[in-house]
Design a protein around this ligand. Sequence first.
Ligand code: ZN
Length: 350
Amino acid sequence: MDAKTDDNQPTKVLFIGGLGRSGTTLLERLLGQLPDTLPLGEVAHVWERDVRDDEACACGSAFSACEFWQRVGEAAFGGWHSVDVDRVVALKNTVDRTRHIPTLASRRLKGPQLELVSEYVSHYRKIYDAARSDSRARVIIDSSKHASLAYCLRWCEGIDLRVLHVVRDSRGVAYSWAKEVSRPESPRGDEMTRYSPTRAAMLWNAQNAAFGLLRRRGVPVRRVRYEKLMADPRGVVRRLAEWAEIPVTEHQLRYIGGDYADLGPSHSAAGNPMRFTVGRVPLRYDDAWTVGLSPTRKTLVSTLTRPLLSRYGYTEPAPQPTGTVTVQPRRPSDADETATESVTAGASDE
Ligand SMILES: [Zn+2]
């Protein structure tokens, strides 16, 4: 038990956001090993994948057989059977969509919409509070990723919301979205969604721009580049812990080596299949896209995402008249830390 936890304080929620295939699950795994943290996985999917479809928890048990989640459900709702999943999904479809971000970003919500958003996020808050009480963790980690949910949580009273915005080179993201990846936790043997490079590029723009705006709306948002995380995993995790006010010693960070991390089990409820991996995990910069993505597609994605690629410090040569230039990725250096937009309260990005 952590004697420093104060039950009267709002539950601290560290929301990991960004477009999928950007390293959000890995970052959650790394941060979830820190003392006083509790990673829950992508809570956004709990309602349908777990409560309704009974998919597997990262601990290996079916959701309905996982003792942790059953305790949380009992404390939060008097049991998961009491949750009206159809109602939560209807609320999600009504308020938690990218197209609603402009409204959610406003300074004030109109009465009826505020009621819907409040009802929707109250379900999340009950999970966060119950998980906190059960674990006595200082910080609850939700890696739901979607910017629209972060905007909804902005309206959630009683939580202390901080957002880690994970960014990865758009061409690596587009390449990853084109690959076939199975979902081992799915009883139906589903595969993860696939997107064309154009679709992935447009989603990359929308999600990343949204997190930039969220920061300008006063929510503490810190940007983390996947490439920098891979280059200096221990250093990045240490600085993120400091930013999230998670006390940690160098000794406690020994689970992160130069190119590996020793990861323990968790109760991540949903997310990338990587959540099931326990033990020594290699930390390697995945640059398969540099040879796997065709020059035509590289140019296409580079063109579609150029403004934010440049803002995030991914070097972009000027477009060539032939349109066939090969764009080389650049690993971020320390100098990149100053090449980002202004940030909140002196926090520097990764
Ligand atoms: Zn579990």
